[in-house]
Design a protein around this ligand. Structure first.
Ligand code: NAP
Ligand code: SF4
Ligand code: SF4
Length: 376
């Protein structure tokens, strides 16, 4: 494992962090984490040098924090920097900041959180929590020793990102950044901006929620094949991120022990400035080619779920995107037909709940209608 300095702070973190949002589950139920498998995965990662663990209030329908609390027993808590996030969309008063923080400390079975983030900020949520005195809360919680390093994760526009960076003495921020999302949300510009101000920058969704891990379509594979050094698509995507000096750490949401082992192996090869100009040119071509193929920018994060009607929103979008990425209408038509009626896009009653929760600000209702027209 290689390590990098945490922004202006005086300690180092592993170049790979464990994202606790995609643990293996039982019976396809996101709340039912397969604890036996997941404990092995998390502890294997820590035993092999990972010292950063990222969870959040809503992950696995509230169960990720509870599980992480259990998994970090037996001396593992002391070996890691533990990150979790304030669910800002639930905060209606100043007291609520403490209500959720205290609940999280309890779930995580710890007296303090190392990295405490304001979760998934955008223009609207930032304006709302500023009115509720969030910065006073962060100072106070730090002073009381309940949190060590304040930060924020971000899913909004670049101007709001810069405004937030400049509004407080943050230790770090967390942005969505990958080969596809170079000019999206904070993107490359935000990465460089935050790093220039001394913030550590944590990368989330490095594989676009797994899209960059699936067997690439022919058009993409032929680009990767041009590279002299052969790497898997996952290795290539992670290595491109690690190549950049402004990146502090990559969070990977891993769902099997094999993925944990692979990514730890890749992290041994996470040096800065180690890609050639030729390799960087290939990444640029992959970026443009993929962006032309993907129709709906869903990262399958699941923040919009559960839908009260039972619509499986990320699955519908994934089937729709596959139709374009692989140019395989027949397969997508079959997959859509085989979906249980309640899970299909057509079960949407347009209540709008999902749209307010989507960090990508996707027009979910319209997109579901369009995909149903095409695939039904
Ligand atoms: N703060 C926020 O707003 C926010 C938002 C999103 C994420 N996050 C955090 O950032 C973390 C990372 O984001 P993410 O989970 O979306 O990460 P990601 O790395 O983009 O996607 C994770 C998925 O990639 C696939 N994968 C990972 N390693 C692989 C390997 N070696 N081989 C094949 N497939 C592999 C797995 O897909 P399959 O499971 O399909 O195999 C896995 O579920 C999250 O876990 C979470 O902690 C934060
Ligand atoms: S708008 Fe449709 S898909 Fe979204 S939560 Fe409501 S019923 Fe479900
Ligand atoms: S629609 Fe939005 S919230 Fe739902 S899984 Fe996709 S990106 Fe996440």
């Amino acid at each position: 494992m290689l390590y990098r300095k945490f922004g202006r702070e005086d300690f180092i973190v592993s170049s790979l962090g464990f994202g606790c949002m995609r643990f293996p589950v039982i019976n396809n139920n996101d709340e039912l984490i397969d604890e036996e498998k997941a404990i092995k995965m998390l502890r294997y990662a820590i035993d092999n040098g990972v010292n950063y663990v990222d969870t959040a209030y809503p992950y696995h329908n509230g169960q990720s924090e509870v599980f992480v609390g259990k998994a970090l027993k037996d001396g593992y808590r002391e070996k890691v920097n533990l990150a979790t996030k304030s669910p800002v969309w639930l905060i209606k008063s100043y007291e609520d900041f403490y209500k959720y923080l205290n609940n999280q400390l309890q779930k995580l079975q710890t007296n303090y959180i190392d990295m405490y983030l304001l979760h998934a900020l955008n223009k609207e949520s930032w304006e709302q929590i500023i009115k509720l005195d969030v910065l006073k809360f962060l100072d106070e919680a730090k002073e009381k020793g309940l949190i060590k390093y304040p930060g924020f994760s971000f899913h909004g526009d670049i101007d709001t990102f810069k405004e937030i960076v400049d509004s407080y003495d943050w230790s770090f921020c967390q942005i969505q950044y990958n080969i596809l999302d170079i000019d999206y949300q904070a993107g490359l510009e935000g990465l460089k901006y935050a790093a220039s101000k001394g913030l550590a920058v944590i990368i989330m969704e490095p594989l676009k929620g797994g899209k960059l891990a699936i067997t690439p379509p022919e058009k993409i594979q032929s680009l990767w094949d041009k590279s002299e050094i052969k790497r898997s698509p996952v290795h290539s995507a992670l290595k491109w991120l690690w190549n950049q000096p402004e990146v502090t750490l990559i969070l990977s949401g891993m769902s099997s022990i094999e993925q944990v082992m692979d990514n730890i192996k890749y992290a041994d090869d996470s040096q800065i400035h180690s890609l050639t100009d030729e390799e960087l040119k290939i990444v640029d071509e992959v970026h443009h080619t993929y962006n032309n193929l993907i129709k709906i920018n869903c990262t399958t994060c699941g923040y919009c779920m559960p839908c009260p009607q039972g619509v499986d929103i990320p699955l519908n979008f994934s089937i729709y995107n596959d139709r374009y990425i692989y140019n395989d209408l027949k397969n997508s038509l079959k997959k859509y037909k085989d979906l249980h009626e309640s899970k299909k896009a057509s079960s949407c009653i347009e209540c709008g709940k999902c749209q307010t929760l989507c960090p990508q600000n996707l027009p979910i209702i319209d997109a579901l209608k369009k995909l149903h027209e095409e695939l039904a």
